[in-house]
Design a protein around this ligand. Structure first.
Ligand code: C2E
Ligand code: MG
Ligand code: MG
Ligand code: MG
Length: 285
């Protein structure tokens, strides 16, 4: 239980079963220390165009490289700091690291855009666009078009006018936006229409079941249609098999990301993965 797990450990309870749920959240104090000790690392998951075979970029996904416990997934510690100052520091560090990574790959002859997840709280800071501009100007060698920011569909809802203004200001810097986990929030089509997000990411829950579940399939089809009508790019997340990929391609969704293509991997493995992928004719097989 929470007490045995040590002080400062959060423990969630499943009210139905009166059992401690396995998920154990970390403590803020430990997270602050980990940030100081630079224990957070970014893994990268490739995104491909199934039609052309091109690798279109990678998504940066944070992990806590704990010296004793190994890799800790983001959902075990991000919720603990959401809405707190430390999350802004961490968020900024992530963008900074991504820009450095783009620059390093660029020097090695690899042009690979990176998408970074940002929280609603981060995006709603008054100085978000200004801070982003400062980070970008520290990397004049990086084309801002190589940086994409992913926000949850739901995060746009709190203060639509402010979010709209911030996103537009970032767009002016050359940075693009993606709406993550699309289909799981409640955003009205009017919001979607107003938001300057250039890419829509179909949530993996619909993709996972689309081959068996007619309704999930209809949702996937609907989102693809919506994206086309609104002239946004669309990518499917959670593409776990070639079968899913082929079906999506037939439905008109060319971009994909998922375990069936590649799992998130350390930065050092990306170059080799990209070289091997180029030689591949995976989706045509
Ligand atoms: P997300 O942005 O929707 O990222 C996709 C998640 O699905 C990642 O989990 C990824 O590893 C996983 N995934 C990818 N392909 C597949 C697949 O084919 N099947 C299945 N079952 N899963 C797949 P991860 O890395 O645990 O990240 C979870 C969430 O944590 C992310 O969801 C994102 O919302 C958040 N996150 C990750 N890194 C950051 C960050 O640096 N900042 C912020 N604010 N949030 C982050
Ligand atoms: Mg994401
Ligand atoms: Mg997602
Ligand atoms: Mg998600």
């Amino acid at each position: 239980n929470a007490k045995q797990a040590g002080k400062n450990r959060y423990c969630l309870f499943d009210t139905q079963q009166h059992n401690a749920v396995k998920v154990q959240l970390e403590s803020i104090e430990d997270i602050v220390l980990a940030l100081e000790k630079r224990e957070f690392v970014l893994f990268y998951q490739p995104k491909v165009n199934m039609q052309t075979g091109e690798v279109i970029g990678v998504e940066a996904l944070i992990r806590w490289q704990h010296p004793v416990r190994g890799l800790i997934p983001p959902l075990d510690f991000l919720p603990v700091i959401e809405g707190k100052a430390i999350s802004l520091e961490l968020g900024e560090r992530v963008i900074e690291n991504a820009l450095t990574q783009i620059s390093q790959w660029q020097s090695a002859g690899l042009n690979l855009p990176i998408s970074v997840n940002i929280s609603a709280y981060q995006l709603q800071q008054d100085n978000f666009a200004t801070r982003l501009a400062a980070l970008l100007s520290a990397h004049p060698e990086v084309n801002p078009y190589c940086l994409e920011l992913e926000i949850l569909e739901t995060s746009a809802l709190n203060d639509i006018n402010k979010v709209f203004a911030t996103m537009s200001a970032c767009n002016m810097l050359g940075v693009r936006f993606a709406l993550d986990d699309f289909g799981t929030g409640y955003s009205s089509l009017t919001y979607l229409r107003r938001l300057p997000a250039q890419l829509i990411k179909i949530d993996q829950s619909f993709v996972r079941d689309m081959l068996e579940d007619a309704e999930d399939c209809a949702i996937v089809e609907g989102i693809i249609g919506l994206a086309k009508s609104f002239r946004r790019d669309v990518i499917a997340e959670g593409v776990e098999t070639m079968h899913h990929g082929r079906e999506l391609l037939q439905m008109g969704c060319e971009l994909a990301q998922g375990y069936g293509i590649a799992r998130p991997m350390p930065a050092g493995d990306i170059h080799e993965w990209v070289s091997n992928w180029k030689a591949d004719d995976y989706w045509q097989a």
